[in-house]
Design a protein. Structure first.
Length: 442
């Protein structure tokens, strides 16, 4: 079930068109990989028998030794095939076998003493093998592929030593990085699980900043394909990072010092996050703030390129924020409950006079009428009025009458001469300009 999720995610991420450009140096196993990939993953799921038969006929040929087999770019199948894995997952797929960069020790790129000329779909005229490799890599990845796969080797496949591949490998990968398409690197080896192959894969991953997967292309299995496609998903651009702050911090304004500090920290820590595989490093970077207690990668939507990260802050910050917001020192849950009780009582008392205060502001006069629980009802009495009788009901309660009155005061200190009075005036004026509150202290 998990593998089907991977296929569904990558189909959604490529808008249903999985076009895989297979590039890299010559004699690394590109054609072998494509043939195994098609045999295991594509051809069994093509429902149209004619398309299935044609795809089988178009599979590339591969061989051992140092002779170059792929001498021109090839689309496999020539027209993209519709693959249906189940009723929910279907997509178009096509692979492109690219002319590889020549490596020292390979044969077949010269005819006599002259460079072998190669025909490509991108030029009416034949071109030298090396130029076809460079142009083909660019064209295949930039114009005909949604994802890229670089195939290189540790030197155990054809007998050509590892160091002969390094220059061509670097050229290929630098081109792919410039084009900015998601890609992974396959390290083709006869012993992909050996310590040597694993160490080389780790070294290349660090060198190129891209996922490197050791495999044996000749013995490629279905689970290897699932793993490769999953790793490619992590090389797609990250579209959105959703940071889940504690709810109490989310309720604060963005200008509040703690929230502002965290937003700035998140932004600076996200500057080097470009693809989904960078999210793990981002989570670690977010933990670098002095305010952060823990960060946790909640989920990644590989199909949409969205990561959800939970971020928790130090416990003492909660009480600090509450203290600053309420204007009351709070350092524990017990103090918080006691403060809430006091604030609830204050709120109740304020609500009693709030309407009257608003009336005072608008009209200059307001009345606080007694609440029902403040009314005192005297015992009802039978009363007589002439020859008629009735019942007297009497109630009393407190009321507040609030009047708005403007207060005005004036002082005229005698300080001496006119010059001394002017000096005092200038002094008071300058003080008010610097700090208006100083006038009340003079």
């Amino acid at each position: 079930m998990e593998s089907f999720n991977i296929y569904k995610d990558i189909a959604e991420r490529t808008n249903g068109d999985i076009y895989i450009g297979v590039v890299g140096p010559v004699r690394t196993g590109k054609s072998t990989f494509i043939k195994r990939f098609m045999d295991l993953f594509v051809i069994p799921h093509i429902e149209n028998d004619f398309v299935k038969e044609r795809a089988q006929d178009e599979l590339p040929q591969s061989s051992d030794g140092t002779t170059i087999m792929t001498t021109e770019p090839k689309f496999i199948p020539n027209e993209s095939a519709m693959v249906t894995l189940n009723e929910d997952i279907s997509f178009k797929i096509r692979m492109i076998d690219c002319v590889g960069y020549v490596v020292k020790g390979a044969n077949g790129h010269y005819e006599g003493e002259n460079p072998r000329m190669v025909h490509t779909p991108w030029s009416e005229e034949d071109m030298p093998f090396e130029k076809a490799a460079e142009m083909g890599t660019y064209k295949v990845i930039s114009e005909h592929s949604t994802i890229g796969i670089v195939v290189t080797t540790d030197g155990s496949i054809t007998g050509i030593p590892r160091e002969s591949y390094e220059e061509a490998e670097e050229k290929t990968i630098s081109q792919l990085k410039a084009i900015n398409k998601p890609f992974v690197i396959l390290l083709n080896s006869r012993t992909p699980y050996s310590e040597g192959a694993q160490n080389l894969a780790n070294k290349l991953a660090e060198k190129y900043g891209t996922c490197v997967i050791p495999i044996n292309c000749l013995q490629l299995k279905r689970e290897d394909i699932t793993n490769i496609l999953e790793k490619i998903l992590y090389e797609f651009p990250i579209q959105e990072i959703r940071i889940n702050f504690p709810k109490w911090l989310e309720s604060m304004e963005n200008s509040y010092w703690l929230k502002k500090s965290m937003i700035e920290h998140i932004k600076s820590s996200s500057e080097k996050v470009f693809k989904i595989s960078d999210v793990k490093n981002a989570v670690e970077a977010y933990s670098g703030s002095e305010h952060v207690k823990k960060t946790y990668l909640n989920s990644i939507n590989l199909a949409a390129g969205i990561a959800n990260i939970d971020l928790s802050l130090l416990d003492e910050l909660f009480y600090r924020v509450i203290s600053e917001t309420a204007g009351v020192e709070i350092n524990s849950d017990a103090e918080l409950i006691n403060t809430l009780k006091k604030l609830a009582l204050t709120k109740e008392q304020y609500e009693k006079v709030s309407y009257a205060l608003s009336e005072v502001e608008q009209k200059g006069y307001g009345v606080v009428i007694p609440r029902l629980d403040e009314l005192i009802l005297d015992d009802p009495q039978v009363i007589r009025q002439g020859n008629k009788y009735g019942v007297k009901l009497k109630a009393r309660g407190p009321s507040l009458h609030i009047i708005k009155a403007n207060i005005e005061t004036e002082i005229s200190p005698i300080v001496g001469t006119q010059e001394q009075s002017e000096d005092l005036l200038n002094y008071l004026t300058s003080e008010v300009e610097r700090d208006p509150s100083k006038i009340w202290q003079s």
